[in-house]
Design a protein around this ligand. Sequence first.
Ligand code: ADP
Ligand code: MG
Length: 273
Amino acid sequence: MKLTINNLSFTYAGVPALSDVELEVGTGEVLSIVGPNGSGKSTLLKCINRILKPKQNSVLIDGKDTSTFNLKELSKLIGYVPQSSTSTFSFTVFDVVLMGRKPYIHWSLSERDNEIVADMLDFLGIGDLAMRHFNELSGGEQQKVIVARALAQQPQVLLLDEPTSSLDIRHQLEILCLLRRLALTKGCSIIVSMHDLNLASRFSDRMIIIKKGKIFASGTPESVLTEETIESVYGIRCKVTNSVLGKPQVVPLISDLPEETTLKMRPEITEKL
Ligand code: ADP
Ligand code: MG
């Protein structure tokens, strides 16, 4: 499976949010999207799964224009985990995950649908939560359930919008390890937006960094996470080191920030940060 994006642009009521985005993602690849708040990460993910419809569709799966697919066909190909799940499900975990089977259900549920849901809960290590109520779970547990629901669609491409943003460090690692495992064992292509540059570096095959709706850099974490690029995109200086993990890790520097950013802190304070 190959997902190709050609020349994608999107405007909200005349205000450009994405311009000329070009991208390719292959089978079993993990691609992360990073960039400042408001740079267009969520808009890009929503254009890929057609929640938003760019004037000229430029998203192709194996060379086929995705605007020619109906909703059911598209949901069998692309799964989506939104930035926050606002609906407070009073359903059980099992039923929430079963909702992911919707594109496949014709008249009634089959034994196969129940089996797939049970498999997905096992894959995420949350089989023991199956009969709990979704809205009584912790944020980390809820995130895994929402990922399981997207996986129950058995998509070839999984899009996740900041799936780790509200999680503690252990759950962040768990979710990202899971995405790698999914790519490796099921050949799923993963496109994930996130803020943490160091986790993105560690878990992705390739990264893109977006600035004001345009891809500023794309490639391996080594080629994208340079001190120059980070300064141009985020306006902060940093040191990039790969001494611990063999992957670039970014250490932001405070002492060079403009005065208004450091709230006019005295130098003896900023030097220690
Ligand atoms: P990110 O996910 O990187 O924070 P978004 O894709 O949410 O960025 O937003 C990109 C730009 O589009 C921002 O300037 C934002 O204000 C604007 N935007 C996002 N959603 C809407 C909307 N529904 N209507 C109008 N403008 C929007
Ligand atoms: Mg966003």
